[in-house]
Design a protein around this ligand. Structure first.
Ligand code: NI
Length: 137
């Protein structure tokens, strides 16, 4: 068993708020991320797949194929977009890094043909990132 990772970047904006909260509670809960007109991040996403090495290719899967898949399914849909308004799969979800990572997982998991999705790491900044491994509590 071996683990391989593809790292990629995209830029997107969001605003964190809960429509059920008052303006005051939203400001108190989400701080700067509640800015009414949103704000942007340079996100970094690391996708790790685990699997066995094919004796014929010496690879788990071709990283070029993985890159194309991630670009098609995720990056093209979120890069230079607003998570609250432009991204269909984020409708009705507060676009925190946590929730974004879970949605990305749901999209990618069934589409990895060789090996299986092991971990998504989503950096919202150099210092803040979330890790998701598909575990439900
Ligand atoms: Ni933010």
């Amino acid at each position: 068993m071996i683990y391989i990772t593809r790292r990629l970047e995209f830029c997107a904006s969001h605003r964190l708020f809960n429509p059920k909260f008052s303006d005051e509670k939203n400001a108190e809960t989400f701080g700067l991320c509640n800015n009414p007109n949103g704000h942007g991040h340079n996100y970094v996403l690391e996708v790790t797949v685990r699997g066995e090495i094919s004796p014929e290719t010496g690879m788990v899967l071709d990283l070029k194929t993985l890159k194309k898949l991630i670009n098609l399914e995720i990056v093209n849909k979120v890069d230079h977009k607003n998570f609250n308004m432009d991204v269909d799969f984020m409708r009705g979800v507060i676009p925190t890094a946590e929730n974004i990572a879970i949605k990305f997982w749901e999209i990618l998991e069934s589409k990895i043909e060789n090996g299986s999705l092991h971990e998504l790491k989503l950096y919202e900044s150099d210092r803040n990132y979330v890790v998701y491994r598909g575990e439900r509590v």
